[in-house]
Write a protein that binds this ligand. Structure first.
Ligand SMILES: [Zn+2]
Length: 192
């Protein structure tokens, strides 16, 4: 985060990211926009990441599996609410973090729709941006997202998200917490 800050990167809220992606001209793009995403809802997102992001005033997006909350090592809803209040966008990552392609259409629908419902009910915000557990999806998954009105979905396909990608196949760059700063910096877009 210090590297991003010192090199002029601007983390975006999810909605600002979407407005940029959609080419909304009223949204003034920072020189080096980034979207910081965290998957699964681990407790260290609250204990470690949130204070660091707060120090820099960086927003972030959390993709959480509601069925895994309130367990050892995972966030509880009180913590998630505090993260939301601190500028995090909270979005669904399946109810139980399943391998979606292994499930029937009905089971997939439950995983996708129930996760959104629980987040929306508990937090009072829209949760229509999906993130595939394990990055796995099939044709049924894509149809379900469309049928249920999801706007975007994130994969773990490596690369930068652009509006030339399908809205349900947005790419991301995986950041390995064990690699050094140079390796991290080398993955960043070479923007002017
Ligand atoms: Zn995950």
């Amino acid at each position: 985060m210090a590297y991003l800050h010192d090199h002029g990167y601007t983390p975006l809220t999810l909605e600002a990211f979407i407005r940029l992606l959609e080419g909304d001209r009223s949204e003034k793009s920072p020189e080096k926009p980034v979207l910081l995403t965290f998957d699964d809802g681990y407790l260290d997102n609250y204990e470690e990441a949130m204070p660091i992001l707060a120090k820099y005033g960086f927003p972030a997006t959390l993709f959480v599996s509601p069925g895994m909350t309130e367990q050892d090592g995972y966030l509880n809803w009180e913590q998630i609410k505090k993260m939301q209040a601190g500028g995090w966008d909270i979005q669904p990552h399946g109810m139980s973090h399943p391998h979606l392609p292994k499930l029937s259409a009905d089971e997939q629908a439950y995983e996708i729709v129930e996760a959104r419902k629980q987040i929306e009910e508990r937090l009072g915000t829209k949760a229509d941006i999906f993130c595939y557990p394990y990055g796995e999806y099939n044709k049924t998954t894509l149809k379900l997202l469309q049928h249920h009105g999801f706007r975007y979905a994130f994969t773990i396909d490596q690369g930068f998200a652009t509006n030339e990608q399908s809205p349900y196949l947005l790419k991301r760059i995986f950041v390995n917490g064990e690699e050094n700063l140079n390796a991290f910096a080398a993955k960043l877009p070479k923007l002017k």
